[in-house]
Design a protein around this ligand. Sequence first.
Ligand code: VGL
Ligand code: ZN
Length: 199
Amino acid sequence: MAGEALIVIDLQNDFCPGGALAVVGGDEIVPLVNDLIRHADHVVMTQDWHPAGHSSFASSHAGRQPFETIDMPYGPQTLWPDHCIQGSAGSDFHSGLAWTKAELVIRKGFRAAIDSYSAFFENDHKTPTGLAGYLRERGIGAVTFAGLATDFCVAYSALDAVTQGFEATVRLDACRGIDLNGSVEAMLKRMREAGVRLV
Ligand code: VGL
Ligand code: ZN
């Protein structure tokens, strides 16, 4: 399969400075991501897209604080501040992002009972988003990731891309991380060991 796609992960207001779950320097990557978009053959965007009261929000669990971990039926889940609520200003892409060229916007995290970091599977690692089938049907065999956050949605997307048989590259200069308890280093190691190209 010859085609290649750029996948821009969650470059939304709530993950940028001033947003509900701000990633340090999240907005700094916008010019570089715009360059990557300009040079890409195919562009796919993901958009974190939660209903109000989503189960990944600490506010949905009495006595819980953001960044704690709880056990969900599908495994451990980090709790987050309310963010990327469907249709809110925080859920919009960063206003400087030149995403007109995007051929697909894939929304994730829209089921109230389950979070979805990866662009390919929800956090049960079973429920597909449909992205793998979309890419395969279009003959796209290699994917490059940029966006937010390095250690969550970018990393889980890249790991799933490899298990789904895609050649996966992460442009670290076009990503920024949340870094909870060393999660950036841990996820870089996992990606490297899985065969993700980190550049
Ligand atoms: C993300 C936490 C919660 C991300 C999304 O885009 O990395 N992180 N929802
Ligand atoms: Zn989220």
